[in-house]
Write a protein that binds this ligand. Structure first.
Ligand SMILES: Nc1ncnc2c1ncn2[C@@H]1O[C@H](COP(=O)(O)OP(=O)(O)OP(=O)(O)O)[C@@H](O)[C@H]1O
Length: 248
């Protein structure tokens, strides 16, 4: 597993055994493998939000999840993000079966392996940009002295090295989302999960955020984007279509 406290934001992803991720001719080994995943919300009445979902996500790839409203995209992202537990099926993250993890182990795995970007940014308004970006490092127990340099490096990597100590409320929407991207990558997660990351942005800022996300892909991270926007999906290496809880 990538050591989230190991240093700068950029750099090659390594495999579970510490060596480079080397896969079959089809591409690098999957970082995520789902087989037969189902999710039913109990209700009443019960809602079968996901049915028999089998997919894999590979490093160095941008995957888009598209589909009509209510089709199950957010549910799929929640399961991928270890925020929700499937009713059935198997979910391997970096080769580790997540199905029977305790809540505590699930939270720890989520914190070390995954980064999140949301449509509405979800920044803490009373913290500065650098404090917001350092939050995942606090949760991972990174020593205080190492947090700021890592957060600064992450903000520099999204072009915000000059806005370190201001509050995000003083920034534009595009800048706020770039802070959110910095927060998502500061601990060097293997996978970045994004829920409509450009949904609140104009065309120019959307393109800039997508450039950042494709830059992560170039660093061998896996990026997964739920989107309604065809121009975002058009940049994906793989598009998963969700219809009535089934993925194709
Ligand atoms: N907590 C919940 N309890 C019960 N049903 C839920 C819950 N969350 C979602 N659902 C239902 O599960 C189905 C899939 O919802 P989901 O939010 O995953 O769809 P979506 O594709 O993300 O939709 P949208 O594009 O509108 O955000 C819908 O029928 C929804 O009403």
């Amino acid at each position: 597993m990538t050591d989230p406290a190991a240093g700068p934001v950029a750099g090659p992803v390594v495999g579970p055994a510490g060596g480079p991720v080397v896969g079959p001719a089809v591409g690098p080994a999957p970082v995520i493998e789902m087989a037969g995943i189902a999710k039913t919300y109990p209700g009443p009445p019960p809602v079968h939000a996901l049915t028999d979902v089998t997919l894999d996500i590979r490093p160095g790839r941008l995957a888009a999840i598209v589909g009509p409203s209510g089709s199950g995209k957010s549910t799929l992202l929640s399961v991928l993000g270890l925020l929700d537990v499937p009713t059935r099926g198997r979910y391997l993250l970096q080769g580790r079966d997540t199905t029977d993890l305790s809540e505590r182990a699930r939270t720890a795995l989520r914190a070390s392996t995954l980064g999140f970007v949301f449509q509405a940014f979800h920044l803490v308004p009373h913290l500065t940009c650098v404090q917001n970006v350092a939050l995942p490092l606090v949760h991972l127990g990174v020593p205080r002295a190492r947090r700021r340099p890592q957060a600064v490096a992450a903000l520099e990597s999204v072009g915000l090295g000059h806005r370190l100590d201001v509050r995000p409320t003083t920034l534009s929407g595009g800048e706020r989302q770039r802070v959110a991207v910095a927060r998502a990558i500061v601990h060097r997660p293997a996978v970045v999960l994004c829920d409509e990351p450009t949904g609140n942005l104009d065309t120019a800022n959307s393109a800039r955020v997508m450039d950042l996300l494709t830059g992560l892909v170039a660093q061998d991270r896996a990026v997964v984007v739920v989107t309604h926007e065809p121009e975002v999906a058009a940049r994906a290496d793989r598009v998963f279509k969700v219809v009535d809880g089934r993925v194709s």
